[in-house]
Ligand binder design. Structure first.
Ligand code: ATP
Length: 459
């Protein structure tokens, strides 16, 4: 059955994966809160990323830098002067748009990447672009819109106390490059990883959690010897592909797109995006892998006047390392997973179920323990307690067993463990698998190892 983006987001809101932000006050402009199920899924996705890129990787370590940084950082990176979006307003109905988006939506054949404001203004006029809201065709000239959130440190709102919420997690890594090298006593190549919030005052947030003003990134800055860029770029393309394959997204919904020359930042020698085909929305970027050369470290050298060079112990050469940057958006990955896994499955002429075919490791609850009768609650709860030491488990006693299975299917729980009267005697339980709906008996003493094996296979 064809699924729509709207029907999926309704499901996520109904089941408490996501809530509207500040809902009792009427919400606030495309802001979302993650509920219990969304938070569990998010935890598992972070855990899998850490496991793949940090724990099981010989080169990488993880840090957790502050969100508020010295504002000079953002002067050095060019964000203060360059981090702008081109903004136009409809002169009639006052609706506001990103000029490049507006053109791209009405004329997908026009290549807007790399166009400056003059070219965008011209493209709006030459191609009869209209306001999607009122249909008129008269726009203000493009204005630049600073995308960094500004705030103040201390009690006075003076220029000297202005700080920014970080628009990317990457810079907390660059400014700590020397600290990490010194304290870990590692040599190049080294990858420094970070998971954390980033903030962008997007003009047109939307499509649920796809584009928000506050989101989470999982970034790696991988520091290498200059000249080895291509080799490590290929390494990360393969490595990110291996990670995405673990998530279990349908192959035909994922594509790898190399940026054209005119899309690249002037310092970048190459960028590859991983994109996902969202229902109703089309292809959207999940992450990017970029060759950033020595741009960031060199800028920090010139603005901080600190020596960020590396003395190669093998060749005795001193150089500024080059960087490969794989940058994942956590919220977008989650949204892609939820869209991909959602299915309304027809079971018979007049029976169907909603299932989230989430990877077992990522599913919010990896196992549900369901006593068949309230008389069995105490004994079944002991099974739940022992499983919850190792897994995210849930315990549900309400409703018929069939209804409970359906509820677990709808939130993606891969295994349901049913405790019945025989369990008291034979010390076995029935385990039901979500996708096949197959059931089998298994000794309680084997349950935890069985589940661990099932949940971790192929990871
Ligand atoms: P876009 O072109 O969609 O604005 P970007 O190229 O500016 O994204 P990057 O700066 O490369 O994004 O950030 C890395 C990742 O962070 C993106 O691939 C995306 O998954 C995520 N991301 C960026 N902006 C947002 C946002 N406003 N809301 C949610 N996720 C975001």
């Amino acid at each position: 059955m064809e699924k729509t983006f709207e029907e999926i987001t309704t499901h996520l809101l109904n089941y408490g994966f996501v809530y509207q932000g500040s809902e009792i006050y009427g919400g606030i402009s495309n802001t979302w809160d993650y509920g219990p199920l969304g938070t569990l899924l998010k935890n598992h996705l972070k855990e899998l990323w850490i496991r793949h890129f940090v724990r099981e990787n010989p080169y990488n370590v993880q840090i957790d830098p502050a969100i508020i940084m010295n504002p000079k950082v953002w002067e050095a990176t060019g964000h203060v002067s360059n981090f702008h979006d081109p903004l136009v307003d409809c002169k009639y109905c006052k609706s506001r748009y990103r000029a490049d988006d507006l053109i791209k939506k009405q004329h997908p054949e026009i290549d807007v990447e790399g166009m400056d404001n003059i070219m965008l203004n011209q493209a709006i006029k030459d191609n009869g672009i209209v306001c999607p809201n009122c249909g008129k065709s008269s726009f203000t000239d493009i204005r630049q819109f600073q995308m960094m959130f500004k705030t103040f440190i201390g009690v006075t709102e003076e220029k000297s106390s202005t700080v920014y919420l970080r628009p990317e997690t990457a810079q907390g890594i660059f400014v700590n490059f020397k600290n990490v090298l010194r304290t870990t006593r590692r040599k190049l190549p080294i990858g420094i990883c970070d998971i954390g919030k980033a903030f962008r005052n997007e003009i047109t947030p939307g499509n649920f959690t796809f584009r928000t003003r506050e989101f989470e990134q999982m970034e790696i800055e991988f520091f290498i010897k200059p000249g080895e860029d291509e080799k490590w770029f290929e390494y990360y393309k393969d490595n990110c592909k291996a990670f995405v394959e673990k998530l279990g997204l349908e192959d035909e919904h994922v594509r790898y797109r190399d940026h054209e020359k005119n899309e690249l930042a002037f310092y970048s020698k190459g960028t590859t995006d991983i994109e996902y085909l969202f229902p109703s929305l089309g292809w959207g970027e999940l992450m990017g892998i970029a060759m950033r050369g020595d741009y960031d470290l060199s800028r920090h050298v010139s603005y901080s006047k600190q020596d960020l060079s590396y003395l190669d112990p093998e060749t005795n050469q001193r150089y500024i390392p080059h960087v490969i940057e794989p940058s994942f958006g956590l919220d977008r990955l989650m949204l892609a997973l939820l869209c991909d896994s959602y299915e309304i499955q027809k079971l018979s002429e007049n029976d169907s179920r909603v299932v989230l075919h989430l990877n077992s490791f990522l599913a919010p609850y990896q196992v549900a323990v369901l006593p068949l009768s309230n008389k069995l609650n105490d004994e079944a709860y002991k099974v739940f307690l022992s499983l919850s030491k190792r897994f995210d488990a849930t315990f549900d006693t309400t409703g018929s067993i069939g209804k409970r299975y359906r509820r677990e299917d709808a939130i993606g729980t891969p295994f349901c463990v049913t405790f019945d009267f025989n369990s008291l005697e034979d010390k076995q339980v029935t385990i039901r698998e979500r996708d096949s709906m197959e059931q089998k008996r298994i000794p309680i003493s084997d349950l935890s190892d069985y589940l661990y094996e099932q949940i971790n296979k192929d990871l």
